[in-house]
Design a protein around this ligand. Structure first.
Ligand code: NAD
Length: 500
């Protein structure tokens, strides 16, 4: 790193581990290859979720700044699109190396701003890094198709070409992985990119931008703006932005999908979830209970693929007390503290929301077997995404009843079945209407050579993130029909009939 701190006014020591602390910092914008201080008069505080202390502030970019960022993307597009695919691949190859070398520093920023444990934060960076590594296969992924001799002397072939300026809007829960689902895939295809990270966790994206610049991405190919609704509306409406990648809640995602589509853009929107883990009585009990507890409470439940509902089938209902015991043993602490299994929720408001949903559960007849709240215990909690360290446990007598529950739920992000019976696993995978299914795998997030295929209310759009689908999303086809005739085969009269 030439200057690892240029993206913010940094007054803290960079060797602050393990006691993370950061005095007030100002997050910059990244426009035309420069980290610039915003002139905005509207700023948002960034908190350390473990202490709730204010550790910095992020601007709501002004209209002029956002215009400058898009103009920079637009200006840099023709040259970047014309840069050979091998040169773009080289930038990404250097990038994956720099991310590896700086993985711990990125993770440290994630723990500081987002709250998850350091080990989990490293996983956040690592899963994003895998997408960057996948993007390095662009020379194969961008291949078009050819069909020679479709008629005499005539060949047909197609190219996958970039769209132009693309934009990304990211959530708070994976500060590195989700931005890395977006701009590396888009840029390796030849697009330029306008990124709006979550206003709660901008640090990781800023450092990732710096590393991309150091990898040789030309100035202007990636620009970063900050903000909330105004920035989102700006992205949805701007005529020079051709495609939007969104990950976050349904409330924002439905809105962005509708508004962006209305302005003629491609939009892919990964949204909320209610993921069920179906536990069959023939499952490996030890593994299953450990997997369930990890997938429900890891990252304090703030994962879109968290297993937030367990369905215990038949005799597996008897495992409930052991499930509770395992959950009791988890250690909650600040994410930078050794031995912490899970950190805090992102904000006090998020905690209040989770507590209210638990309350609604008891009011509607659910029993609380393990209550970790600091308020008195008092089934909306099933219908709504809780996004906290809460596992709702349902019971059924048969697999068919479990499948019906999962399929009746509007979300289709992920699900898992735990069983040692292949036929049961096959039946479940076949009949369940959910886009990502784990068989004895609690969080089945596909590796980047596949795509992230959440379905139903968890996704809007028709082309998924990363994998071959990601390449399709960020490219358009140009198909060329080419005829090179022998000299003596010149037409003798106009061809007025549709060629057949
Ligand atoms: P969020 O929707 O509040 O914020 C996401 C982004 O949208 C942010 O950049 C934010 O500035 C913007 N935004 C927020 N509210 C908006 C509004 N009303 N109008 C326009 N823009 C708005 O989401 P979050 O709280 O940051 O993230 C948690 C949510 O993300 C959960 O629902 C989770 O399931 C979902 N998520 C889904 C996936 C997936 O792949 N399906 C992955 C991660 C997170």
């Amino acid at each position: 790193l030439r200057d690892p701190t240029c993206w913010r006014d940094l007054t803290h020591s960079t060797d602050a581990l393990p006691a993370l602390s950061l005095t007030q910092t100002t997050v910059k914008l990244f426009i035309d290859g420069k980290f610039v201080e915003s002139k905005s008069d509207k700023w948002i505080d960034i908190h350390n979720p473990a202490t709730n202390e204010v550790i910095g502030r992020v601007p709501q970019a002004t209209k002029a700044e956002m215009d400058a960022a898009v103009a920079s993307c637009k200006r840099s597009f023709p040259a970047w699109a014309d840069t050979s695919v091998l040169s773009r691949q080289q930038v990404l190859l250097r990038y994956q190396q720099l991310i590896k070398e700086n993985l711990k520093e990125i993770a440290r920023l994630i723990t500081l701003e987002q709250g998850k444990t350091l080990a989990d934060a490293e996983g956040d960076v690592f899963r994003g890094l895998q997408v960057v590594e996948h993007a390095c296969s662009v020379t194969s992924l961008l291949l078009g198709e050819t069909m020679p001799s479709i008629t005499k002397d005539m060949d047909l072939y197609s190219y996958r070409l970039p769209l132009g300026v693309c934009a990304g809007i990211a959530p708070f829960n994976f500060p590195a992985m989700i931005p890395l689902w977006m701009f590396p895939m888009a840029m390796v295809c030849g697009n330029t990119f306008l990124m709006k990270p979550s206003e709660r966790v901008p640090g990781a994206t800023m450092l990732l931008a710096k590393l991309l610049q150091d990898s040789g991405a030309p100035d202007g190919t990636l620009n970063i703006i900050h903000g909330q609704h105004e920035a989102v509306n700006f992205i949805c409406d701007h005529p020079d932005i051709k495609a939007i990648s969104f990950v976050g809640s349904n409330q924002a995602g439905e809105y962005i999908f509708e508004r962006g589509s209305r302005h003629g853009k491609r939009v892919q929107a990964n949204m909320g979830a209610k993921n069920h883990g179906v536990v069959m009585p023939d499952a490996n009990k030890e593994n299953t209970l450990n997997q369930l507890v990890g997938a429900a409470f890891g990252a304090a439940g703030q994962r879109c693929m968290a297993l937030s509902t367990a369905i215990l089938v038949g005799e597996a209902k008897k495992w409930l007390p052991e499930l509770v015991e395992r959950a009791k043993n988890l250690r909650v602490n600040a994410g930078d503290q050794p031995g912490a299994d899970l950190g805090p929720l992102i904000t006090p408001q998020a905690k209040e929301r989770v507590c209210n949903l638990i309350d609604s559960g008891t009011k509607e007849g659910a029993s609380i077997l393990l209550d970790g709240r600091n308020i008195k215990p008092n089934m909306t909690c099933y219908k709504e995404e809780i996004f906290g360290p809460v596992l709702v446990v349902l019971e059924t007598d048969t697999l068919d009843e479990a499948i019906k529950i999962v399929n009746d739920n509007p979300y289709g992000n992920g699900t898992a079945i735990f069983t040692t019976n292949g036929a049961t696993a096959r039946k479940y995978s076949h009949l369940v209407d959910v886009g990502q299914v784990g068989v004895n795998v609690p969080i089945p997030v596909p590796l980047p050579m596949f795509s992230f295929t959440g379905s139903r209310s968890s996704f809007r759009g028709d082309t998924n993130f990363y994998g071959k689908q990601g390449i399709q999303f960020y490219t358009q086809l140009k198909t060329i029909t080419s005829q090179w005739k022998e000299e003596d085969a010149t037409l003798s009269s106009p061809a007025v009939v549709m060629p057949t």
